[in-house]
Ligand binder design. Sequence first.
Ligand code: G1P
Length: 286
Amino acid sequence: MIKHAVIPAAGFGTRFLPATKAQPKEMLPIIDKPTIQFVIEEAVNSGIRDILIITGRGKRSIEDHFDKSYELEEYLKKKGETRLLEEIEKISSLASIHYVRQKEQRGLGDAVMCAKEHVRSEPFALLLGDTIVESKVPLTRQLTDKYSKYKGSIIAVEEVEEENIQKYGIVKGKKIASDTYEIESLVEKPAPSAAPSNLGIIGRYVLTPEIFDALKKAPEGKGGEIQLTDAMNLLCKNQRMYASTFEGERFDIGNRLDYAKAFLKMGIARKDIGSELEEYAKKLVK
Ligand code: G1P
């Protein structure tokens, strides 16, 4: 059973400036719910109760969001408007949320390394804090189920357009089931001409704790940073690792178009404003 979820949320969010100058991209809301709350809900709905968020400078609002707010609570109680508050309380009470700070921004691999003391020698789920996945079965649950079946690290991938290959970690694998590959190698953000496939890593992983040794050995990679993909490439030489396509739609919230799509799709799916928003969108298209 996977008990821990690790959520890196320490990046600068440069792709989303100026919105991210003074607020973390993980706090960008889809209508009224911050992105990272969707991510935590995915972990919780996958049966994981222990959550470690890797933060950094300028990320305090994430901690505040999941903390108690006595003044606000009192105010809303007086006004009889407890619904909003209940929602936040619900999530913090379902999960035990811990924080660790990444001191320097040295890449995703370095951020994951910050989880070592917390998860120790257990496998863990890794969910990038700026990625939302809409699916019938939470994607992390899809992965943990497969982890139980294959007994090896497993990462979610999807086919990406050729022009987008250089934005992703890319997996080379041998197909062993209609939706599963045994990984042979991985490469971070290759040029399309050098890419071994079009299977892009989308930000959901279940990893064995040996990833920490691999991270220690990983040399500086793309952009002079410690890349998780490079460490996974070392690890797959020593133990079986798998990649899996999945049911669901992924939104990379650091990407402007994806953010707009998520806003529209999830807005339309809501009970309160959905039908009016849909009508408006149709009118705009006309
Ligand atoms: C990170 C990973 C990359 C992965 C991507 C998914 O890159 O390094 O392998 O494909 O997330 O969003 P980033 O988007 O942080 O540059």
